[in-house]
Ligand binder design. Structure first.
Ligand SMILES: N[C@@H](CCC(=O)N[C@@H](CS)C(=O)NCC(=O)O)C(=O)O
Length: 208
């Protein structure tokens, strides 16, 4: 049994989607970020930077923080979505999500969605960067079915919930035909629909 400490955010959804995809039994322990649960001392013991998601694999007595590390752990345990021969490619797209796509779109959320009007510089900077991310993903998906090649992998699982925030990004997902094709295809997966709604049963990936 896996215990998932999470909140209803893109990083949180990565792991519920993965757990649904691999068909593992899991229990969700909600970390209320608005109330500051992430700063409680018990949570700090399992999450050194006070961030969700974290999992505890109770059977194997292992605790894992950082969504990329959790995805790799679950992929290796289940033998799914992280084929040995494709790992170099998968790692590059997964690390791009972890180090660039997520953090930059996250800043875009801060300036464009939550705090409009507070910093013209911040709004413009992260709007442009987010637009470039859409363009670059679209280019990649023009020549590749999924991010790291012909197969759906943990790189797609990591990136999908961030693009699912496209309404907040205000960039116009439907203008990006290849990214839209990829997004729609993933949105229709049964495990993705289930994992996406892990904290709100009515929540579906928004249409482009
Ligand atoms: N690199 C981390 C980022 C996790 C992260 O930023 N989590 C956010 C929610 S999406 C969080 O827990 N924020 C709470 C806080 O910083 O106080 C990962 O991918 O796991």
């Amino acid at each position: 049994m896996i215990e998932l400490f999470s909140a209803n955010t893109p990083n949180g959804k990565k792991i519920s989607i993965m757990l649904e995809e691999i068909g593992y039994e899991y229990k969700v322990t909600k970390v209320d970020l608005d109330k500051g649960d992430q700063f409680k001392s018990d949570f700090k013991k399992i999450s050194p930077f006070n961030k969700i998601p974290v999992i505890i694999d109770h059977k194997k007595k292992k605790t894992i923080f950082e969504s990329g590390a959790i995805l790799i752990y679950l992929a290796k345990e289940s033998g799914k979505f992280y084929d040995n021969e494709d790992r170099l490619e998968i790692n590059q797209w997964l690390m791009s999500q972890m180090g660039y796509i997520g953090p930059m779109l996250g800043q875009h959320h801060q300036f464009h969605h939550y705090n409009q009007g507070k910093s013209k510089f911040g709004e413009e900077r992260y709007f442009k960067i987010s637009e470039r991310i859409y363009q670059d993903l679209d280019k990649r998906l023009a020549v590749s079915k999924f991010l790291s090649g012909k197969n759906y992998t943990i790189a797609d699982i990591a990136t999908f919930p961030w693009i699912a925030r496209h309404e907040w990004h205000d960039i116009g997902l439907s203008k990006f035909k290849n990214l839209t094709r990829w997004y729609n295809q993933i949105s229709e997966r049964e495990a993705v629909i289930k994992g996406f709604s892990f904290m709100n049963e009515d929540e579906l990936p928004p249409k482009p």
